[in-house]
Ligand binder design. Sequence first.
Ligand code: SAM
Length: 289
Amino acid sequence: MSEDNETAGKLANDGLPPLRDVIAAHNLSAQKKFGQNFLFDLNLTGRIARAAAPLEGSTVIEIGPGPGGLTRALLYNGATNLTVIERDPRCQPVLEQISNHYPDALHVIDGDALDVDVTALGPAPRKIVANLPYNVGTQLLIGWLMQIDQFASLTLMFQKEVAERVVARPKSKAYGRLSVLCQYLCDCDILFDVHRSAFTPPPKVTSAVVQLRPKADRGTDINLDSLAKITQAAFGQRRKMLRASLKTLNINVGELLEKSGITETSRAEELSVADFVHLTQIHDQMAAS
Ligand code: SAM
């Protein structure tokens, strides 16, 4: 028996009813407005949970537990302090049932993850693990990136297209603002793809699990708001040359590019992450003088 099958077999006996029965008993039909695509495959939920190991002793945070498939895998795989945030009130009774089964280990927040300060949920090390709702996934990720030092890792399921943007290299179609922010701050890997058929209901596209681990040493410390602003301007009009796209920054763009050693006719996708970091440094020096 493979390691995954063995764990899945045991998880099926975690003392809680099978997920499909839970869904039927609570009439939890997936709703599009909540971005709901549920995972029932215990091999897969176990694999995601184990990718974030070790869980014991960390503050683990899951966004959008839904009927609790990944939640149960996280608890089974050693999470001792797990907080889940779920917006759909229909899921609360199910999550309470899991909470009763794992006394003290699971805390349930009934609310919108966009409104929750996840850094207040427990001490470091903090790990976020989630099969994210597609409609707010990128927005949540950018919010966590802006305070990345608060986290030990982010292990996240996204549409594959978003996962590819996280790890994309310069001069590729997927390379953009998200790539620069993620790769400046973190070591980023796509761990594995997940076929659409693994979800109920199946989404239109393939998904992928990405892991981001904050870099211990970023080399140069820069103002993240400035980096976010500059990458937004540069990639917001990605077909334009930088001398045109950066005009929205309200700074002498010719001087900025010259001092940064970047050709005026370059386009955003030609710049490396290090180029954007340098550009941000010079921008902030010019803005301060
Ligand atoms: N974790 C479950 C699984 O893997 O089967 C469900 C994942 S489903 C893709 C996304 C979940 O996020 C849904 O349960 C949905 O209700 C919840 N959700 C959507 N928007 C949310 C928000 N803003 N805050 C918290 N939860 C949200």
